[in-house]
Design a binder for this molecule. Structure first.
Ligand SMILES: [Zn+2]
Length: 449
């Protein structure tokens, strides 16, 4: 369908792979590259990170080096532990491995649980993020001839680093503040951009809003949408709707604030996101419950775990990212040999109904098929903190104004969830204005006793 890794209609003749040496190497070569970087990184941590030197000692690691092959002997790191390291020595914490004056850029995390965290970068760290990000966005099909309207703010969040990446690729950049829908529509209708970067919630909202608009959205220059910041761009019911209404190819990217803002990028073959962090980040897959290692091979499902190989300030080791992914085949028509994956859901969002693990994104995939009677957004209401949920599972489904009094619709969605996911749900239809979240990001789980 695509000309080996290019977007439909892209007739340029440049290599669609930014960094062929890294992105097409075989597993043995990738491992060797990572192993030699890790050797240096291990020394860096032992010499400069009171946080990790202490943790490694507690785990029984002496002065002898731990090779990459044996990395599973080292303890995991959680978000909470990194936060404790920060709080132990503000503002940068006991895992700052460089002098404070070497910190040249600081991002903050959203701090969904309590105060924000900070992420410190040296010049080399900034460059490393830019290199990985450039591989990632280039993989989606963004080239120097692209013009990109981005809704990722410059700060305080790491998504702001995308501005360095677009500059490195050499494309046209049209920055718009997150959530400024009118300006996005103006920019697209005026023909300022052929590519849009945004969350899938936002792209879906835009598709709903423009579906019956004049001039027809297909008359816009837009041909490519890159979604990130949350899952959704890989869910067929959501992706197909956005692609059909807006006449564009949807690809998705994913990053993790503590690791790199963009680390996985989906190429125009649309078969999952390629790992783009080769040489800088090492990825493991573990069982979400037992935390035993799982081999990264097609069909494997587990939690992604990350280790920085070259980060200077605030490097992390075996970070539990909380994302549960399914590994797709490695070989791809685009020529990359890096593994591909699709995120199934967040570990924290998972619940169990009668012994079966459920991720709310699976519910989105069912709900999306009821468009246009629904907007495509839905969320699970969790009444207790128990991971086990007694059916019927409460689900709120956003509907366009005027569809809330449709008892048949709720029953039909309940039947569809039952048939696809084998559990009973209790669906409440919530009109668009009452759903209560901006169109920019959607929480898939809400705790409400
Ligand atoms: Zn590919």
């Amino acid at each position: 369908m695509t000309r080996e890794g290019r977007l439909p209609g892209d007739t340029c003749d440049r290599n669609p792979i930014w960094d062929p040496e890294v992105e097409t190497e075989n597993h043995a070569q990738a491992f060797a590259r990572a192993a030699s970087a890790w050797e240096k990184q291990f020394r860096h941590l032992m010499d400069h990170s009171p946080f990790y030197a202490g943790r490694f000692r507690e785990a029984g690691v002496g002065q002898a080096s731990v090779s990459l092959k044996d990395i599973s002997k080292l303890p995991f790191s959680t978000k909470q532990e990194l936060k404790q390291a920060l709080d132990a020595a503000p503002p940068f914490g006991t895992n700052l491995c460089v002098k404070p004056e070497q910190v040249k850029r600081v991002y903050q995390t959203s701090g969904t649980t309590g105060a924000p965290s900070v992420l410190a970068l040296t010049r080399n760290d900034m460059e490393m993020w830019t290199v990985i990000g450039t591989r990632t966005y280039f993989a989606t099909g963004i080239h120097d001839h692209s013009s990109v309207l981005t809704t990722f703010g410059a700060g305080p969040f790491v998504a702001g680093h995308t501005h360095f990446v677009l500059s490195r690729i050499g494309c046209r950049s049209v920055p718009v503040a997150p959530g400024d829908t009118d300006r996005v529509i103006f920019g697209l209708q005026a023909g300022l951009a052929d590519t849009l970067l945004g969350t899938p919630s936002f792209a879906q909202y835009l598709a709903n809003r423009l579906e019956n608009a004049q001039p027809a959205p297909s008359s816009m220059a837009l041909t490519h949408i890159v979604t990130g910041g949350e899952p959704g761009g890989g869910i067929p019911a959501i992706r197909d709707h956005i692609q059909t209404v807006l006449g564009a190819t949807v690809t998705e990217v994913m990053g993790i604030g503590d690791i790199a803002p963009s680390l996985f990028g989906e190429c125009p073959e649309q078969q999952g996101m390629h790992f783009c962090g080769g040489g800088h980040v090492w990825v493991e897959l573990v069982d979400p419950e037992s935390r035993e290692p799982i081999t990264i091979e097609p069909g494997a499902v587990g939690e992604l775990v990350y280790t920085h190989l070259t980060r200077e300030a605030m490097p992390v080791v075996r970070f539990l990212g909380g994302d549960i992914a399914r590994i797709e085949a490695s070989a791809c028509a685009c020529g990359r040999s890096t593994f591909r994956m699709r995120v199934i859901g967040r570990r924290d969002d998972m619940f169990i109904v009668r012994g079966v693990n459920v991720y709310p994104s699976a519910i989105l995939a069912v709900v999306g098929t009821f468009r246009p009677r629904v907007t495509g957004r839905a969320r699970v209401i969790r009444k207790t903190t128990d991971v086990s949920v007694q059916p019927p599972v409460p689900v709120e489904v956003e509907v366009p104004d005027g569809h809330a009094a449709d008892p048949r619709l709720a029953a039909e969605i309940e039947a569809a969830i039952h048939s696809a996911l084998i559990f009973r749900a209790k669906v409440d239809l919530v009109p668009e204005p009452a759903f209560g979240e901006s169109g920019y990001k959607t929480r898939l789980t809400v705790n409400r006793p």
